[in-house]
Design a protein around this ligand. Structure first.
Ligand code: GDP
Ligand code: MG
Length: 598
């Protein structure tokens, strides 16, 4: 009976089209959050999300809506991130819903990730309600956007909700549409328990907290539950919903979205995507999970202070619980000591993890430049996966090297097509097709090496299209390329953490760029330090870091003591993220020089 009045939905959109702001308005209108407690983007709970103005983690909240028909409905709203790196979060939240609100910016129109996300929703058989947001903008053109939604996505948009999340227009219309258009969940309450784990976080007091969507049956404290994939069993200690703070409940039933704790102590015990059932009366089949995400970008993470190695491992374990796509395994570097090779979905993901480690776990880290996974086909007929450039086998033993390619969809106004093609060509892209979406928007499809996207493709794309281009891509497979390993030598010694894999044709140029960058980044030492780039035994670029002449305090003449102290502090701070390599002190930025050479 209660089930009929539940609606589970997600909000999907291209980044910046207004999902989080819309979610804020919904929370306000349903009085889920008292006005005085309301802050912008309330679901973006991480500091990092607020600062960057992006949503990284999905968030599920329960709210009560008093509809015009007099009934009160229970909504479970799941906010999702829009950036391509986090699309696995989107697919997870969608698996817990019956419907999706598709937000499209009234001025920008349909963008690359609008398409990518809406296809995920269509794959999950969700009912889709188009909402055209930001109609308050002078440049808003809802009719054009309606046409784009119909033509590009192929869903009816005539009755799209017209909204302004900023001014609170159209919010109630949207809530009414959720009731009429999105079906209520239909799971059997008397069937054996079947619940999907779609997220988990580690809480130092309660242990692991699982976010679940119950599809069939009921779960309550005291129940013995079992994870269907790994067979582990636990006793449920608490269930409840987020509203948006945790609120305890007596039970969760088919159709509900909420949290569950079961004194799960070790964080490796649960896996997002697994199905929960009861030990006594187990379900036969697991819920259709979602495809596992494979990391695409790898980098080394090392504690600046080597004694923090165990702390780093524990922190990574905790983060992985909250982020199923993160992988890591121990690795050692001659230059950097003991650390981990970590896998990420993309560069933004990598950035976010690194920053979360430093903030939430108070660690100082050295990160090496990101690399994709290469396949080295060896002369003996075997293949080796190489996620760390320094581990590329000796050229003499290699027949060929393959690298991952992506199928990239770039949407731009037609005036920028030339610029996009020029850039894609320069980045070793292979043209596929081009499709006019309407009179002035074009979808350009290229096959591109993933390493070029990791390198600087997106930045260059944005700058060469005045920010108008949007990019979406998926891995399509491996291709052979003429790749070589480039080593960097400091003071005559090769530094493993600075090695990279480059295309033969670009090697000389990149070598010069990196050497020059390092020359500027590495502080002067007491002696002159040569920096060299080499392929095999051949030096392809060289520069010298001149020897230091004065010490920092010399210019102060002992006069102003506070200024002196400031200088010293500044120097100390700068030291924090330095690593002693041989006799040379190398700052964090140097390890990224391989990546960003501008
Ligand atoms: P998200 O990335 O989809 O979550 O987008 P946000 O909700 O963070 O919004 C992105 C930006 O658009 C923010 O600066 C919002 O203030 C702004 N914004 C959101 N909705 C509206 C709207 O209806 N009108 C206008 N003018 N700006 C909006
Ligand atoms: Mg957001």
């Amino acid at each position: 009976e209660r089930q009929k009045h539940i609606r589970n939905f997600s909000i999907v959109a291209h980044i910046d089209h207004g999902k989080s702001t819309l979610a804020d308005r919904i929370l306000e209108l349903t009085h889920t959050v008292a006005k005085r407690n309301m802050e912008a983007q309330i679901l973006d709970t991480m500091d990092l999300e607020r600062e960057r103005g992006i949503t990284i983690k999905l968030n599920a909240v329960e709210l009560a809506y008093h509809a015009k028909n007099g009934q009160t409905y229970t909504f479970h709203l799941i906010d999702t991130p829009g950036h391509v790196d986090f699309s696995y979060e989107v697919s997870r939240s969608l698996a817990a819903c019956e419907g999706a609100i598709l937000v499209v910016d009234a001025a920008q129109g349909v963008e690359a990730q609008t398409l990518a996300n809406v296809y995920l929703a269509i794959d999950n058989d969700l009912e889709i309600i188009p909402v055209i947001n930001k109609i308050d903008l002078p440049a808003a053109d809802p009719d054009r956007v309606k046409a784009e939604i119909e033509n590009d996505i192929g869903i009816e948009a005539d009755d799209a909700v017209l909204a302004s999340a900023k001014q609170g227009i159209g919010i109630e219309d949207m809530l009414e549409r959720i009731i009429t258009d999105i079906p209520a969940p239909s799971g059997d309450l008397t069937a054996p328990l079947k619940a999907l784990i779609f997220d988990s976080v580690y809480d130092s007091y309660r242990g692991v907290v699982l976010s679940i969507r119950v599809f069939e049956g009921v779960v309550k404290p005291g129940d013995q539950i079992k994870l269907m994939q790994n067979g582990k069993t636990f006793e449920v200690t608490e269930v409840g919903v987020m509203s948006p703070k945790a609120v305890k409940r007596d039970y969760l039933m088919a159709g509900d979205v909420g949290y569950l704790t079961a004194s799960i102590k070790t964080i490796q015990d649960t896996e997002v995507g697994d199905t929960l059932t009861l030990v006594d009366n187990p379900a036969q089949k697991a819920v259709r999970g979602y495809r596992k995400m494979k990391p695409m970008v790898y980098c080394g993470l090392y504690p600046v202070d080597s004694s923090k190695y165990n702390e780093l491992r524990e922190s990574l374990e905790k983060l992985r619980l909250n982020d199923a796509a993160l992988t890591f395994e121990p690795e050692t570097s001659e230059a950097l000591g003991f650390g981990f090779r970590c896998g990420f979905l993309g560069l933004l993901h990598m950035d976010v993890i690194q920053e979360r480690l430093e903030r939430e776990f108070d660690l100082d880290l050295i990160t090496t430049a990101p690399s994709v996974i290469y396949h080295a086909n060896l002369a003996d007929g075997t293949q080796k996966e190489v996620a760390n450039p320094s581990e590329m086998p000796d050229p003499g033993t290699i027949d060929s090297i393959e690298e991952p390619f992506v199928h990239a969809s770039i949407m731009v106004p037609s005036e920028f097509v030339g610029a996009v093609m020029e850039l894609a060509q320069a980045k070793r892209g292979e043209f596929d097709t081009m499709e006019y979406l309407n009179n002035n928007r074009v979808n350009v499809i290229y096959h591109l090496p993933l390493s070029e996207i990791v390198y600087d493709f997106f930045d260059k794309l944005k700058s060469s299209t005045k920010g108008y281009a949007s990019l979406d891509y998926e891995i399509e497979g491996y291709r052979q390329s003429k790749l070589v390993k480039m080593d960097i030598l400091l003071n005559g010694e090769s530094v493993d953490a600075l090695s990279s894999i480059v295309h033969q044709d670009f090697a000389a140029e990149r070598g010069r760029e990196i050497v020059d960058k390092l020359r500027k980044l590495i502080p002067r030492q007491q002696f002159e330090v040569p920096v060299q780039a080499a392929i095999g035994n051949k030096i392809i670029a060289r520069a010298n870091i001149k020897a230091l002449r004065k010490n920092v305090l010399a210019k102060c003449y002992g006069g102003d003591i506070s200024r002196k102290r400031k200088l010293l502090e500044k120097q100390k701070k700068g030291k924090k993220r330095m690593k002693q390599i041989g006799s040379v002190e190398v700052p964090q930025e140097a390890f990224m020089a391989v990546l960003r050479t501008d």
